[in-house]
Design a protein around this ligand. Structure first.
Ligand SMILES: *Cc1c(COP(=O)(O)O)cnc(C)c1O
Length: 420
């Protein structure tokens, strides 16, 4: 990726990020981020930014959020020593267990925080987009809990692919709208959710699901997901007695990764590895490896790294895990890559599947396919760096992935006569 940032400027930007001086007043992380939204949305985004800074610094609001995170989400989530993986990899491996959070992934941290913010701002309804349906389910649950009606926009193609999650949203009281425009998947659902927000920017609140989009969303989502890294840092000191040498997370839009990494960016001894979806391989359209293969550009209101072709058309992406299948990435990750504080690699569908099976076999944990990319990246790093302490962000559980897993990994049925 081309960049005009030299080493000194990179060090200055990192220092400002750590001091919470980034994003700046324009929502920028160095060259990345900002607010490239239609004029009709600018007042709503400005009002949202004012409220984000107000409530995230308000002791009463944060105490209420904390009590809901404990009592309803089930935080703090455990830190698990993964002795079986550690033995196989020649490393000391710890797992931050977001798979044990309510609704089965880290997404609830963000959905709950934003639903509470929406209520403080007097919103009459919440609007959200969803791809695989995980963010839709978390949002439906959070809105039910907080007591705000919720409408989820979902591509018609995704509605067919993710029927169980659509039913979960209905059960939790959400209205699901099928988006028949554009590519009829996540990208079109985001466009449609924005369009509906424009129609009623005061009465409705747009609850965005990852650390992407126009300012202040990347900052808001980072703050709400940083509960992961803040807890994990303290748990590493209490349980391992030391910080990790490496913290690893999968990167789709980048919310679970930024939540794990951000609270440890000031710890110089800690290295960071973000793992993107390498899909079938490096060919055009065969992966969702935005930071590995993309170039800077504007998508969904933010200047960041994107996958687009020579004509500027956003590229179709592929990943075995629906949650990583997005052609963009949050602006803070683009900065962290450019200044070299975080390394980004890819894991193919195949290596994610094998890492998932290994974790099932020796740890008794069925991780989400998304999180399995972090395991695959960690395994490869451990081979090159023996004897290190590794913290893996286990972003979610894999029950939702059973249809995909059954397709790729046949289940051997044992007949009674053969069992012995
Ligand atoms: C949605 C999802 C992801 C990817 O989203 P990020 O914003 O990159 O964290 C990763 N893991 C799980 C389990 C998910 O549901």
């Amino acid at each position: 990726m081309e960049s005009d940032i030299d080493e000194q400027q990179g060090a200055d930007l990192l220092a400002r990020l750590i001091r919470n001086e980034l994003p700046d007043e324009h929502g920028r992380y160095g060259p990345f981020g900002g607010c490239y939204a239609p004029e009709t949305l600018v007042p709503a985004l400005t009002r949202l930014a004012e409220n984000v800074y107000r409530y995230l610094d308000d002791d009463d609001f944060m105490a209420h959020l904390d009590s809901q995170l404990r009592g309803w989400v089930g935080r703090p989530t455990p830190l698990t020593l993964a002795a079986g993986l550690g033995k196989r990899w020649g490393a000391e491996v710890y797992l931050k267990r977001e798979d044990l959070a309510h609704t089965g992934a880290h997404k609830i941290n963000n959905a709950l925080g934003q639903a509470l913010l929406a209520r403080e701002m007097g919103a009459k309804q919440v609007i959200a987009e969803t791809g695989a349906g995980q963010h839709g389910v978390a949002t439906a649950a959070a809105c039910a809990r907080v007591g705000i009606p919720c409408t989820v926009y979902m591509g018609a193609v995704d509605i067919q692919r993710q029927a169980p999650n659509v039913d979960r949203m209905y059960q939790l009281g959400a209205k699901v709208v099928a988006v028949e425009t554009g590519d009829r998947t996540l990208r079109a659902a985001i466009d449609e959710a924005f369009r509906n927000w424009v129609a009623d920017p005061e009465g409705s609140y747009y609850l965005l699901g990852s650390a992407v989009g126009p300012h202040p969303y990347p900052y808001l989502v980072q703050r709400l997901q940083s509960v992961i890294g803040t807890e994990a840092r303290e748990q590493m000191l209490n349980i391992a007695g030391e910080l990790p040498d490496l913290a690893v997370a999968c990167v789709g839009g980048g919310s679970n990764a930024i939540g794990l990494f951000h609270p440890m960016l000031a710890d110089d001894s800690v290295e960071f590895l973000g793992v993107e979806a390498g899909g079938h391989g490096p060919g055009l359209g065969d992966n969702s490896a935005t930071l590995a293969a993309g170039k800077p550009g504007v998508l969904h209101g933010s200047y960041s790294v994107l996958l687009y072709d020579g004509d500027g058309q956003i590229q179709d992406t592929h990943s075995i895990s629906a949650g990583l299948d997005y052609p963009g990435v949050g602006p803070e990750h683009s900065l962290l890559k450019t200044i070299g504080r975080v390394s980004y690699v890819t894991a193919t569908d195949e290596s994610a599947l094998s890492a998932l099976q290994e974790c099932c076999a020796v740890e008794g944990i069925l991780s989400a396919l998304e999180s399995a990319h972090a395991f695959a990246g960690a395994r490869e790093w451990a081979q090159q760096n023996p004897g290190k302490r590794i913290l893996i962000g286990l972003s979610g559980r894999g029950d939702k992935d059973m249809p995909t897993l059954s397709q790729h990994i046949p289940s051997p049925l044992v007949a009674t006569g053969d069992a012995a």
